[in-house]
Write a protein that binds this ligand. Structure first.
Ligand code: SF4
Length: 192
């Protein structure tokens, strides 16, 4: 489904566009995003960890499960907990996210990973983690926008999954546009 003549914007984890925002000062540029999906979509890049004021480079963090809650803590200093700062960044940009028709998240990240992110038991980091977490930003994104097409970069390397994501983004855009047109007030023609 196409909506010609309109710019369609998708949110993207900034590091996937080649921005040097990762904890190690590097990036994870994905050409299948910039070179292939860039033909169809404009990108709205967000880095939750930079947005939370953590800077780059910065100490690596990981997820832990504490009292039934998933928290994002600094790996080597688990008393430093960035969960609230990351959640605060999501709240700060939430209104801007109403304007995107899809989102591409960086896999395996304690902030951006969509699913199967490593979760450790506090104080027992030497044990193998479970793979059942979602990043702090990503979990809030998915909960707040359940109809938004969201994918991780690893899946978009597969041409069939990439095509499916593109179709879902177009469908989301067209549905949103139709809803907006239905809600626009009808302007009556003046008799004179
Ligand atoms: S995975 Fe997310 S938080 Fe980490 S560097 Fe990339 S955009 Fe930033």
């Amino acid at each position: 489904m196409m909506c010609p003549g309109r710019t369609i914007t998708i949110g993207v984890s900034s590091c996937l566009l080649g921005q040097a925002v990762r904890y190690d000062g590097g990036h994870k540029h994905e050409r299948c995003i910039t070179e292939t999906l860039g033909r169809y979509f404009a990108f709205a890049p967000f880095c939750p960890e930079m947005g939370a004021g953590l800077g780059a480079p910065r100490p690596a963090m990981h997820l832990v499960r504490q009292a039934g809650e998933i928290r994002a803590v600094v790996s080597k200093q688990p008393d430093i907990d960035h969960t609230e700062a990351l959640a605060g960044f999501f709240d700060a940009i939430r209104a801007r996210l109403q304007a995107v028709d899809g989102y591409i998240l960086k896999s395996n990240s304690p902030s951006c990973g969509m699913k199967q992110v490593k979760v450790y038991i506090p104080g027992q980091e030497q044990l193998p983690p479970t793979l059942d977490g979602a990043g702090v930003f990503a979990s809030r994104l998915q909960a707040a926008f359940p109809l938004l097409p969201i994918a991780e970069e690893v899946h978009l390397r597969n041409p069939a999954l990439r095509a499916s994501f593109v179709a879902r983004v177009f469908a989301h855009h067209c549905r949103r546009r139709l809803q907006a047109e239905k809600m626009s007030p009808v302007v009556e023609a003046s008799p004179d």
